[in-house]
Write a protein that binds this ligand. Structure first.
Ligand code: FAD
Ligand code: NAG
Length: 437
């Protein structure tokens, strides 16, 4: 919506956030000839506590939605070409305890409607073992759906590569306190966004600001009706060479009944990762009324802004227990190994799991590109093309409608997602838990 005058190629554009949304739109806009692009972030990318980092992300094209399914297929060819050095073609398996899972039924129907190769179905998931002899778990009580055309990407290394491509294309970067935005600056007369104020107190002017701040977004602009942060548990286990070799023929697996998913060990470092795709944990940030011009008077769910959220290695006990239980079920042979690291990784959840990519309807000059809802990373090779089309107001109608920034109506429920989540409902961390983040 808004901003009918298309941005000019010489306008100064500030992009806040160097995750997959910020970097992919920065690279695409640079490619389209925009000459004055600056990415701001709290840390240099790969940002240690950002949502677009650590060792792995699932790359799948199996979706219960035709738009993401098509986009994911386009992205997969990018992973196999431009980003091949960061992509591992291990195969992808969805498991389900129930004989008919509505999300999976929809995935299968979309694949049929798009004339794609159907997923391999195993009524007894132990049938996967000839293909993946590294699986040692007993999976007889589960159904399996297998797509050999999928796998995982090294998240931090692909982000490093993407940031490098941005620099080569002429994008500037400002990180640290001078890249940390504490508030948007608005023209008092028109309410147009005219720049940002950063932690050093400086004002950085801009003709347009792109907000790609992921889970931190509500600290800057009120999007709580349509995008809200939830922490999801992740655990890492160090294996030795022989142990990692024993998992060489292991797919990416997600148990859709529990939400637990795990990856093959990363070649070279031998680190095994397990995580949960669930409703997660909320925080209560703000309410301090320190009057520094930010939105700190408002209480929102967000990670910390001024410190890294990746150093404490804290997980709530119930989340730690769930990851351990998931390991016993999926990789029992290593389930008792100590964590080499753990953390909460931050989703930006939206009502139906759709991204939020739109001109702000009330704040002229502000474009929002966020709402990854736990599934945006895989689109890295193509996301910038789609979001830059929205920025230039030339995206197809179905995309603009899907990713529109809604106006609040009052009784929104943010946590519905796309039907793929499992596990316990969203829980707000206690003050004691939050203090350990
Ligand atoms: C545990 C976990 C597992 C996931 N698994 C998958 C998967 O398997 N497949 C998949 O496709 N997707 C997956 N996702 C989702 C995907 O990773 C996210 O949707 C995506 O990374 C979100 O990118 P982003 O750019 O919105 O956020 P981020 O990468 O977090 O980028 C936002 C950036 O904004 C910066 N920032 C915030 N506020 C400010 C400020 N005030 N000033 C300056 N900078 C600021 C932050 O430092 C951060 O770097 C997963 C996510 C998590 C957490
Ligand atoms: C899958 O999750 C369900 C529900 O938590 C659990 O009962 C089952 O044992 C899990 N199976 C595997 C192999 O993860």
């Amino acid at each position: 919506m808004a901003s009918n005058t298309p941005p000019s190629k010489t306008d100064r554009i500030l992009i806040i956030g160097a995750g997959v949304f910020g970097l992919s739109i920065a690279l695409e806009l640079a490619t389209r000839g925009y000459q004055n692009l600056t990415v701001l972030d709290r840390y240099p990318p790969p940002v240690p506590d950002g949502s677009s980092v650590d060792i792995s992300r699932i790359i799948r094209s199996d979706y219960a939605d035709p738009v993401y399914s098509q986009m994911a297929r386009e992205a997969l060819s990018g992973w196999k070409s431009d980003y091949a050095a960061h992509y591992h073609h291990s195969g992808f398996v969805m498991l389900s305890e129930t004989p008919s899972n509505p999300y999976i039924s929809q995935v299968l129907q979309i694949a049929r409607a798009q004339g794609r190769r159907p997923l391999d179905e195993y009524p007894n998931a132990n049938g996967l073992k000839p293909t993946y002899p590294s699986i040692q778990a007993d999976l007889h009580a589960l159904k399996a759906y297998h797509n050999p055309d999928g796998g995982w990407a090294d998240a931090a290394s692909s982000i490093r590569h993407l940031a490098h491509r941005c620099r080569l294309a002429g994008v500037s970067f400002i990180t640290g306190p001078r890249g940390t935005v504490i508030s948007l600056r608005k023209s008092p007369a028109t309410q147009r966004v005219v720049g940002v104020t950063v932690r050093t107190g400086e004002h950085l002017p801009a003709a347009h600001v792109i907000l790609a701040t992921g889970a931190w977004s509500n600290l800057l602009v009120d999007l709580a009706h349509t995008a809200s942060a939830s922490g999801q548990p992740v655990g890492f286990i160090q294996l030795n060479d022989a142990e990692a070799e024993s998992l060489r023929r292991f797919p990416v697996m997600i148990n859709l009944t529990s939400g637990i998913f795990c990856f093959p060990p990363t070649p070279g470092t031998n680190v095994l990762k397990v995580a949960r795709h669930s409703y997660g944990f909320a925080t209560r940030m703000g309410g301090d009324g320190d009057g520094d011009g930010g939105r700190e008077e408002v209480v929102v769910s967000a990670p910390k802004r001024d410190e890294s959220n990746a150093v404490s290695a804290f997980l709530p006990q119930d989340a730690d227990d769930a990851l351990r239980q998931g390991l016993r079920q999926l990789v029992p042979q290593f389930a008792h190994y100590p964590w080499s690291n753990r953390r909460l990784c931050w989703y930006t959840d939206t009502p139906e799991g759709d991204f939020v990519v739109d001109w702000h309807p009330g704040l002229e000059g502000l474009f929002v590109a966020t709402g990854g809802a736990g599934h945006a990373f895989k689109f890295l090779p193509v996301l910038g093309r789609y979001t830059a089309d929205c920025f230039e107001n030339c995206a197809p109608d179905n995309i603009r409608r899907k990713w529109r920034l809604r106006v609040p109506v009052g009784d929104e429920k943010v946590k519905i997602g796309d039907g793929s989540r499992a596990g316990p409902p969203l829980r707000t961390l206690t003050a004691a838990e939050q203090s350990k983040l």
